[in-house]
Design a protein around this ligand. Sequence first.
Ligand SMILES: Cc1cc2nc3c(=O)[nH]c(=O)nc-3n(C[C@H](O)[C@H](O)[C@H](O)COP(=O)(O)O)c2cc1C
Length: 398
Amino acid sequence: MRRYHSGTDFRRAHSIAELAAMARRRLPHFAWEYLEGGAEEELTLARNRQGFSDIGLLPRTLVSCLKTHTQRSLFGTELPLPIAIGPTGYNGMLYRDADLHLAKAATERGLPFTLSTVSTSSLEQVVAAVPEVNLWFQLYCLRDPAVQHDLLQRAKAVGCKTLLLTSDAVLLGNREWDKRNFVRPRQLSLRNKLDVLRHPRWMQQALWPNGLPILGNVERYLPEGQRTIAGAAHFIGSQMDTGLDWQALARLREKWPHQLILKGVLHPADAEKAIAFGLDGIVVSNHGGRQLDGVPASIDCLPAIAAVAKGKLSILLDSGVRHGTDILKACALGADTVLLGRATLYGVAVGGQQGAGHALDLLAQELRLALSLLGQPDLSQLDRHGVLLTTSSPLTVS
Ligand SMILES: Cc1cc2nc3c(=O)[nH]c(=O)nc-3n(C[C@H](O)[C@H](O)[C@H](O)COP(=O)(O)O)c2cc1C
């Protein structure tokens, strides 16, 4: 049993897990469950970690590691690390202006930041606060074509060149904690309201004086009088386009002239289709175990996808990344870059920009150390044959 530092000073956290323990103490129960929870029995959530644990590393010895190389070239940009911050909604519920803090922490380190459609800060606010940001925008496909068109125009207008279409959440996964914690959309149960009172530091930092933040990107589309977080949640729920299919993706491809990435691919046949539809990348993702419970870990799906897609489009991976060794394993199995979800959310939840930066720095240090210890200090030379021993056989799909 690990014993973590018992305070909330993020600088004393030595791992992402320790940051998570701090976030858990700082946040009221409903916000913690929102951050941490998965769907139904959380089988997939657990598999995401197990998948990484099941991959062993086989080091080479007597290899000089005076210098490590972790750079990645992605969509014409040189990244110092194979990392981007992925899209997460409602971040301002964890820490005031969390989207801005995440964007600043990523930008300081030369990494991309992805803003969710359901972010609390808007596209325009992020760019105004962090003009240098390498901003990616995550799109949920919405029923109203005028709203969808306007969102795309706004993303273009602020200089966003990378669009991620999320395909695995047109219907929200069965998140039991969500149903327990709220009696109506965004209406906390009495038990949770009382729990909130036991977290005065969070209340003062995230809630006071205006209450829960509204969703910055969609606020302008809400009818007058419904511009609240409850109104926004209702709007998004009613707007999700459940008819989203490959034809809709082809139309989006025509409308979006820059990089287009499909987020939520687990089957190699879908990776092949993404190539055929002219996409620039895919995210091998199960949405952090928050959607269909029982699907495999993303990392277990990666080898079969890399076998058909490597070199034909960029392969990103998320779900369960908590250590530098996880990033190393993902890259060795064919990912160009990982997306971080909860890892940087824990950081931002305890320490805003500095906390998110601490999470990124921990992962970067761990990655460099792991590359050196593996005897493979150059990330670009890493592949599955030389260095990896898989204790569970990688998923093969026929
Ligand atoms: C609190 C939370 C909110 C999320 N919101 C979104 C979102 O708005 N759009 C989206 O495409 N994915 C969303 N995701 C999924 C993440 O982009 C990512 O796929 C997932 O977090 C990766 O798993 P990990 O957190 O275990 O790293 C969310 C995930 C979390 C934990």
